[in-house]
Write a protein that binds this ligand. Structure first.
Ligand SMILES: NC(=O)c1ccc[n+]([C@@H]2O[C@H](COP(=O)([O-])OP(=O)(O)OC[C@H]3O[C@@H](n4cnc5c(N)ncnc54)[C@H](OP(=O)(O)O)[C@@H]3O)[C@@H](O)[C@H]2O)c1
Length: 246
């Protein structure tokens, strides 16, 4: 069977395509969100338990190939999967959508610290960088900070401002409404790419709000990568055909 490491919209679409094609596959979710959108494949939930746990999972299940369709910023699982699959000569494909890159009103920054240094102290900052990024923002000085989260947090927000609870997708009108309601002057996001996150960039551009995009972590050297679900499905069909021919 194929193990699909999921947790993104494209993994959800690929799960659907694999199921439609009748390919034997199971999806894996980290358990990062409390109520994830359903997937068309059987799903296992939660981390594997580090390198040993992942190796034990591969030993215990008939996994013949892996597709890593995790988020472009989920660097640890991508590096670990590459390392362990390479050591076992287990076919691995990375599905990673292209980033948005620089464009009108938006620039790439290497880190949260670089972004913080570019933000004036009277700014109202909207962080679309995920709850896990919060420790990296300790150097940020701003009048107010709003950080978007999917699940309501159970701890106080460490800046003037607050959590902004919301479940994607958001369209550009909704994003613009949020930015206006909060009086946002600066948007920081990850260079995630893909259509799902684009409306916030579009809304910021329409409102003249500067956007700082965090640069992606680099991919491991030698990782076989495609950027579309169609290419990932073609790869899955070809590895599944090789399962049948041995
Ligand atoms: N980082 C982001 O900006 C972002 C945005 C949207 C969605 N996500 C999704 O959220 C998940 C966690 O992201 P992260 O940045 O925390 O990842 P990470 O730092 O690369 O991985 C942290 C740990 O989460 C577990 N994990 C990650 N993806 C998994 C999967 N698909 N199935 C089972 N376990 C998984 C692994 O735990 P063990 O070591 O215990 O196996 C891994 O060591 C990913 O699946 C990612 O696609 C991340």
């Amino acid at each position: 069977m194929i193990l699909l490491l999921a947790g993104t919209a494209e993994a959800r679409r690929l799960a659907h395509a694999l199921a439609e094609a009748g390919l034997p596959a199971v999806a894996s979710l980290a358990g990062a969100t409390r109520d994830p959108a359903p997937l068309a494949l059987p799903v296992r939930h939660g981390g594997f338990g580090g390198d040993e746990g992942f190796a034990a999972f591969l030993d215990a299940h008939p996994v013949r190939a892996v597709i890593d369709a995790t988020h472009p910023f989920a660097a640890r699982i991508t590096a670990r999967t590459h390392r362990i699959c390479a050591a076992r000569a287990l076919p691995l494909l990375r599905l990673e959508r292209p980033g948005w890159g620089e464009g009108p009103g938006r620039r790439l920054v290497a880190s949260e610290a670089e972004a913080a240094a570019l933000i004036p102290p009277d700014a109202v900052v909207f962080l679309a960088t995920g709850r896990g990024s919060l420790p990296a923002w300790s150097g940020l000085r701003a009048a107010r900070v709003h950080l978007r989260v999917i699940d309501p947090p159970d701890r106080p927000f460490p800046f003037p401002g607050g959590w902004e609870v919301g479940r994607p997708p958001f369209d550009a009108a909704a994003e613009a409404g949020t930015f206006r309601r909060l009086g946002v002057t600066h948007l920081v996001a990850k260079d995630s790419g893909g259509p799902e996150g684009w409306p916030k960039i579009e809304a910021a551009r329409a409102l003249g709000i500067p956007v700082l995009l965090l640069r992606r972590p680099p991919l491991p050297t030698g990782l076989c990568t495609v950027t579309t679900e169609d290419d990932a499905l073609a790869w899955a069909r070809s590895v599944a055909a090789s399962f049948r021919s041995v």
